[in-house]
Design a binder for this molecule. Structure first.
Ligand code: NAD
Length: 261
C-alpha cells in the first residue's frame, strides 16, 4: 500500500523537531510537564509565566532545546502582543500554542464574589480566546498551519461543587475549542483541548488536604491513583504533532477513567 502522508513514510508522525511552542503557565504543574514533553519531542519553548520558570527552563535545555522566558500576567490582555513577539524575535515563527495557565476559586455559590468570578473568567476564558486569536493571526501570516491546545477539565463535562466561575470557564473552554475549530480547521489550524482528570498540582492542593473529599475522589478513579503532570505527555505531543492533523474541535480526557464511571 502506498502511503500518501510523508510523515507516515518517515515514521516521524510525532516528531516536533524545529517546531516552536508557546506554553502559558509553564513554571509549575501541568504546564511544566507539557513544556518538558514538547521539548523532548523536539520543540523549542516560549514560556509565558507570572514568575520564574527556572526549573522548566532547565528541563527544556536538558532535552537540548531552547527556552525563552516571557514574563506575562494573563489576568489582562496587555502581555499578549509581547508573547507572540518574543517567539517571532527569537525563532521567527510559532507553530503550537498551549493555553495552560489557569486559576480556581472555591466558595459556596451563595457567597461567591464578583471578584472571584471575574478573576477566573479573565485568565481561564478571556485570555485563552485572545491569545488564541493573536497566535492564529500569526499562523495565517505564516501560511495557515498550526496547533492550538486548550486545557479544559472534568468540569467541562460535569458541574462540580463550590467552583462556579471555574466550571463556567472550563465549560466555556470546551465550547470555544469547538467554535475555533469550526472557523479555523479549513485553514489547516487544529484547535483541540486536553481535559485532565484529578491531578496532583497546586490547583488541587486544597482539595487533597480535605481528607474526606480526597478519598471520595480517589475511590472514583478507575486507575486507582491521582494523575501527575507526566501523564499529559502523550496527549500534548499527539495534539501538537502531524499525528492529529485530522483531529479538530476534540476535547481529550486524560483522567484515569474518571468520566467512564
Ligand atoms: P498550577 O496552579 O500548578 O498551574 C497553574 C499555572 O497557571 C501556573 O503556572 C500559574 O503561574 C499560571 N497562571 C495562573 N494565573 C496566571 C496569570 N494571571 N498569568 C500567567 N500565568 C498564570 O495548577 P495546574 O493543575 O498545573 O493547572 C494548569 C491548568 O490545568 C489550569 O488551566 C487548570 O485549570 C487545569 N486543570 C488542572 C487540573 C488538576 O487536577 N490539577 C485538572 C483539570 C484542569
Amino acid at each position: 500500500m502506498r502511503l500518501e502522508n510523508p510523515y507516515l513514510q518517515s515514521a516521524s508522525l510525532f516528531d516536533l523537531t524545529g517546531k516552536v511552542a508557546i506554553v502559558t503557565g509553564s513554571n509549575t504543574g501541568l504546564g511544566a510537564g507539557m513544556a518538558t514533553a514538547l521539548a523532548a519531542a523536539g520543540c523549542d519553548i516560549v514560556g509565558a509565566n507570572r514568575s520564574d520558570p527556572a526549573q522548566t527552563a532547565a528541563r527544556v535545555e536538558a532535552a537540548g532545546r531552547r527556552f525563552v522566558d516571557v514574563r506575562a500576567d494573563l489576568s489582562s490582555l496587555e502581555p499578549i502582543g509581547s508573547i507572540v513577539e518574543a517567539a517571532m524575535d527569537t525563532f521567527g515563527r510559532v507553530d503550537i500554542l498551549v493555553n495552560n495557565a489557569g486559576i480556581i476559586r472555591r466558595c459556596d455559590a451563595l457567597e461567591f464574589s464578583e471578584a472571584d468570578w471575574d478573576a477566573v473568567i479573565d485568565v481561564n476564558l478571556k485570555g485563552v480566546f485572545f491569545l488564541s486569536q493573536a497566535v492564529a493571526r500569526q499562523f495565517v501570516q505564516q501560511g495557515g498551519r498550526g496547533k492550538i491546545i486548550n486545557v479544559a477539565s472534568m468540569l467541562s463535562f460535569q458541574g462540580g461543587i463550590r467552583v462556579p466561575s471555574y466550571t463556567a470557564s472550563k465549560s466555556g473552554v470546551l465550547g470555544l475549542t469547538r467554535l475555533l475549530a469550526n472557523e479555523w480547521a479549513g485553514r489547516g489550524i487544529n484547535v483541540n483541548a486536553i481535559a485532565p482528570g484529578y491531578m496532583e498540582t497546586d490547583n488541587t492542593a486544597q482539595l487533597r488536604e480535605d481528607r474526606q473529599r480526597s478519598e471520595e475522589i480517589l475511590a472514583r478513579i478507575p486507575a486507582g491513583r491521582w494523575g501527575v503532570p507526566d501523564d499529559l505527555a502523550g496527549a500534548v505531543v499527539f495534539l501538537a504533532s502531524a499525528a492529529s492533523d485530522y483531529v479538530h474541535g476534540h476535547t481529550l480526557a486524560v483522567d484515569g477513567g474518571w468520566l467512564a464511571r
